[in-house]
Write a protein that binds this ligand. Structure first.
Ligand code: ATP
Length: 551
């Protein structure tokens, strides 16, 4: 299959903002594909060549791509940089540069989807000496055979910034529409496999029944079930009936998989962080040694037995070197709260059954290995639940979780069956899309951050400039990171790719035509850099609106 056909689809998708039109365009295209190509297209439509569960990435910086484009069109890198600045992104710059292309490739073959896909996957595997040159030559081979529009989307794919306004939801709906399958069946298959190549191929070859057979596999991470904010306990519990109420720990959520003798640890963003936590691997080897499983829990950092703030555990998990030293300085404690797989998938079992299984299989005789503190909550013991909340806060934890005891585990969903009740006021997780440099002696740093939320098409819409809450070292750190993902800088204004997530506190939500959402925040304060979150974990415009209505 020709890459140009996929590129035509990209162009059509970019030309509309309407979700239903995008779904139609993709569905029609998917129907034309064979089993091998559809798997690759399932990933390429989302701008990548690896499934969501994989920690592999193309991993090529913008500068390297600019160098390759310069060679492909026979100009200088400085000219390419100028074009990127003028046009706003590398893809549009290619359209401009290719129209003046001086080097012609003779006897060039049209690019195929297979060739593009395999070349892009190859890029992630190159390391070691001369790796830059080898990467350039792979990119160059693609670019020199490419048409202008192919180059536009190739370079955007390589820099992981496709910009066609297509997220998981649209691809899911398009697969359902193309093969006449219930959306829920496609969604479930995607949640369990986190791999649109498998989902699309299975939908084509085996339809709904094939998708229904897909299930969890220990070793492949699954998106976690998420929580909504709870109303006060006395209002919620009568609705829920029987609830499992647990201490909410302020650490990092871990999903621990055992497959044969291999233990792997993943974050909520499905990153494999096994290497950073050798003592946790040991804990599982010793205290949960049998059979294949997937369990979930929160890991926290402690000092003298007391929990430390969230940032401490984050530093531990991010560490690539001197892991041993960090192990001594930041002792960890684990609190398991769920089991998704034990010998067989367990997500369809009610939470109560899963909790009982967890209690039966985990040996908690050491201090580091625990199950979350829990009580069974009913309308008759609301005071005990409130007491659990108070004692959790007194022990420096975040609050409590309230979970419906009769519910299955639904991966990736933020539903009403799992609630969080915290002492601190609500915050929003937002993505940085730009910023303003300071003046005077702060002129080297971005001092004010333009933050945005995600809309229903997974596009980012601005809400506010946040300028308080950060010390100088953090300003310097953020400025450095923003320069790495800079799209343009004009005067004091910088525009960046949406990659960095900030947790923002505020006093009030107000209407404001100045921002793309039509709303803004009064007194926004940056509480944390959420390095454990990515663009897809950013809060939604819908949540902002419901908070606005509630206030
Ligand atoms: P927050 O910023 O409030 O942690 P979040 O967006 O990171 O929210 P949510 O799903 O909204 O994630 O809140 C639930 C999170 O609380 C879980 O992801 C998990 O990391 C953490 N947590 C701590 N203790 C528990 C527990 N006992 N059961 C479930 N989750 C827990």
């Amino acid at each position: 299959m020709k890459y140009q056909e996929l590129v035509d689809v990209y162009s059509a998708l970019e030309a509309t903002t309407k979700r239903l039109e995008k779904t139609d365009i993709i569905a029609e295209y998917l129907k034309k594909l064979d089993a091998d190509t559809i798997g690759k297209v399932g990933l390429l439509l989302l701008g990548g060549v690896f499934p969501a569960w994989s920690s592999e990435e193309i991993g090529i910086g913008a500068k390297l791509v600019e160098r390759a484009v310069a060679e492909a069109v026979g100009t200088t890198q400085a000219k390419v940089e100028d074009a990127v600045r003028d046009e706003g992104d590398i893809g549009l710059a290619c359209i401009k540069l290719y129209s003046k292309k001086s080097q012609m490739t003779f006897f060039s073959q049209p690019l195929t989807i297979n060739f593009v896909f395999d070349s892009l996957q190859k890029l992630s595997k190159i390391s070691g000496s001369r790796s830059t040159n080898r990467k350039i030559s792979i990119i160059l081979e693609l670019l020199s055979q490419a048409s202008a529009t192919e180059a536009k989307y190739l370079t955007r794919t390589i820099t992981e910034e496709l910009r066609i306004g297509v997220g998981d939801g649209i691809v899911r709906d398009a697969i359902a529409q193309a093969f006449d399958i219930d959306k829920k069946v496609v969604e479930r298959a995607q949640m369990l496999t986190n791999d649109f190549s498998v989902v699309a191929r299975t939908a084509l070859l085996e339809g709904a029944s094939g998708l229904s057979r897909l299930n969890l596999t220990p070793g492949t991470p699954v998106k976690p079930m998420l929580a909504q904010l709870s109303l006060p306990v006395a209002e919620i519990i009568p609705e829920m009936g029987t609830a499992i109420c647990e201490t909410k720990y302020d650490g990092i959520r871990l999903q621990v998989h055992r497959n044969g003798n291999e233990i792997r640890i993943f974050t909520r963003r499905l990153e494999n962080i096994t290497h950073a936590l050798p003592e946790i691997v040991e804990l599982f080897d010793e205290y949960l040694p049998h059979d294949d499983y997937i369990v979930e829990g929160e890991v926290i950092a402690t000092r003298d037995g007391k929990p430390l703030p969230f940032q401490n555990i984050l530093h531990r998990v991010r560490r690539k070197y001197n892991v041993e030293e960090a192990m001594e300085n930041v002792p960890l404690k684990l609190y398991l709260f769920d089991v998704l797989y034990y010998k067989e998938p367990m997500i369809d079992e009610p939470l109560m059954t899963r909790r009982e299984t967890l209690e039966n299989i985990v040996d908690t005789s050491v201090d580091e290995m625990n199950l979350s503190t829990m009580i069974i909550g009913t309308p008759d013991n609301i005071d005990e639940i409130e007491e659990l909340f108070n004692s959790s806060i007194a022990a420096h934890h975040e609050g409590i979780m309230i979970k419906d005891a009769s519910e299955p585990y639904i991966p990736g969903i933020r539903g009403k069956k799992m609630l969080k009740y915290k002492a601190e006021p609500e915050t929003l997780d937002m993505i940085i899309v730009g910023g303003t440099y300071g003046i005077g002696k702060r002129g080297d740093f971005v001092g004010s951050y333009l933050v945005a939320l995600r809309d229903e098409n997974d596009e980012f819409k601005t809400v506010a400039y946040a300028a308080t809450g950060l010390d100088d070292a953090t300003l310097e750190y953020l400025t450095g990171k923003m320069k790495e993902i800079e799209i343009t800088t004009k005067g004091r204004e910088i525009v960046v790719e949406p990659k960095i997530v900030l947790e923002i506190a505020f006093s009030e939500i107000v209407e404001s035509p100045e921002y793309e959402t039509g709303y803004s925040l009064r007194f926004p304060v940056v509480k944390n850099i959420r390095k454990d979150k990515g663009p897809m974990d950013v809060d939604t415009v819908e949540r902002l609106l419901s908070m606005y209505k509630a206030q």
